[in-house]
Design a protein around this ligand. Structure first.
Ligand SMILES: [Zn+2]
Length: 74
């Protein structure tokens, strides 16, 4: 089990755009909703206005990590 599947940069970009728009993205491979896992869990103590989100497809286990900046628009 050494295979680590990854999304392509184009897939990552598409997932991010859906997520930022406020919807839960679907895995572009499996077409099922991804699972959101906040990183840090409250005890990590990030001291700046930044939130890191970890999206995982529960089917193929590909994951995507994004830094979501709050209060700013990209
Ligand atoms: Zn998938």
């Amino acid at each position: 089990m050494s295979e680590i599947a990854q999304y392509t940069p184009a897939e990552l970009k598409a997932i991010r755009e859906v997520f930022i728009s406020g919807a839960m993205p679907e895995c572009p491979r499996c077409h099922i909703h991804m699972t959101e896992r906040p990183i840090g869990g409250g005890s990590f103590g990030l001291g700046y206005a930044r939130k890191r989100e970890w999206l995982i497809c529960p089917s193929c286990r590909r994951s995507a990590i994004y830094d979501i900046k709050r209060g700013t628009r990209n």
